[in-house]
Design a protein around this ligand. Sequence first.
Ligand code: F3S
Length: 388
Amino acid sequence: MLNGKYGKATQKSMEILTTLGEIFNAECMVDVSSVQIAGVSYDNLDEAGLEFLNEMAEDGKVRVLTTLNPAGMDRENWQALGIKEDFAINQNRVIDAYAKMGIITTCSCTPYLIGNLPNYGQHIAWAESSAVCFSNSVIGAKTNREGGPSALSAALTGKTPKYGYHLDENRHGQVIFRVNSLVKGTDEFGVLGKIIGDKLIELGKNIPYITGVPSASVEELKSFCASIATYGGTALFHMEGITPEFNKYPKPSNIIIEINKKDLEKTRVELTDDDIEIDFVSIGCPHASIHEIAHIADLLKDKKVKKEFWITTARPTKKIADEAGYSKIIENAGAKFAADTCCVVAPIKARFKGIMVDSAKACYYGRAKNKFKVKIGSIEKCIEEATK
Ligand code: F3S
């Protein structure tokens, strides 16, 4: 691949991967079975990023199953979400470049919910931070947190350098967090993720070993992953009795951090701004599952929303919702689906004053990127706010 025998894009990709491998002292390359690429919204990529993609698309073709992270708009319904035409044209140029390389242009941060689902122990190369954390921790697949170019390079070569989380010796828990209060709901798991993430940064540690969580749904875990990856840069955690590798390595013994009810309450307060005037509600960070959409439909039955209300999800999930009749109930209530995109990557900076979400990650980026005031609450509270 390095000598150009398989074409220019493959050569360039292998140059990127070998350079990375040298930087991180990787002993060899490893085959990957799945790739997920971030760097899809034109809002983040701009012309420079698009130029790189077009160059790779000249002769590059993927060698493994590859999907994309959310784009800057719903590809079918962008007008209804207030996206401008020139942005839509440029966003489609990005997607076309990916499609030319054989990438499945489903844009989602929850690829594991829609068929890009690796198995336990498989090596993969994923880029979206919440999905990286989910795949390493909840599935037990092995990936580093890839950047856009390194994930694309893995897709075009089927390889990634073997370092970091691809090696068992780097997957041990480092610090115990003991949760002494019952945690329930996507919002509360997000709050817990922020507490642990913040503390990991303070301690300079990467991999928490969490005890005291008796059960967690897929939706709660995806929210937790998004939050702990945002606040702690965490790509892997172990949760006793829940995640598959929790007893594979020796349990850390030197530091134990207690998390009590008052810590959860205090952090929840930190995730809500004072004097917030909510004019936007969004559920689906990370992208909503069909289970969550069914629940939203149930809560919205015979109601009307009074504020801009987005449900962000993957297009295949939206199609299931259409078939099941959930979309009709939700849209009759006046809420909007924003498939392929989300309230963070869409170009909506400062369009709203205050956003209510059930996601601690969306709170972070709602403030930092989109300049909204933010409020966190359960899905039920979000619906209550939207219909008030
Ligand atoms: Fe996904 Fe957007 Fe949240 S990419 S994790 S819905 S910020």
